[in-house]
Design a protein around this ligand. Structure first.
Ligand SMILES: [Zn+2]
Ligand SMILES: [Zn+2]
Length: 98
């Protein structure tokens, strides 16, 4: 979110001041992309096998998405972390805004 407020980092040109759903990735801090520009968030060969919670290299990661307001944050977890936080909600998480 800091990237959106300060305009630092990489933001696709389609994201304007109007609120809309944007995509972010745990392995690309500061990068925000609209649904059409999700390729900006493609993980590199290293990120693709790095757990976003404990930063361990793992052969296979469990992908997950967390909704933070209008930001959909993608992340990948190793088996241990996936078990620890159980990232399979049956419905989208929606937190009330204070
Ligand atoms: Zn875009
Ligand atoms: Zn992990």
């Amino acid at each position: 979110m800091t990237a959106l407020l300060t305009r630092t980092g990489t933001i696709c040109p389609h994201i304007g001041p109007a609120p809309r759903v944007v995509h972010a990735a745990a392995w690309r801090p500061g990068t925000l992309a609209c649904p059409a520009c999700r390729h900006l968030l493609e993980p590199g060969p290293l990120e693709e096998n790095t757990c976003d919670r404990c930063r361990t290299l793992a052969p296979e990661l469990t992908p997950g998405i967390a909704a933070i307001g209008l930001v959909l944050l993608a992340f990948g977890l190793c088996d241990a972390c996936a078990d620890a936080i159980d990232p399979t909600p049956t419905r989208p998480t929606r937190k009330p805004r204070r």
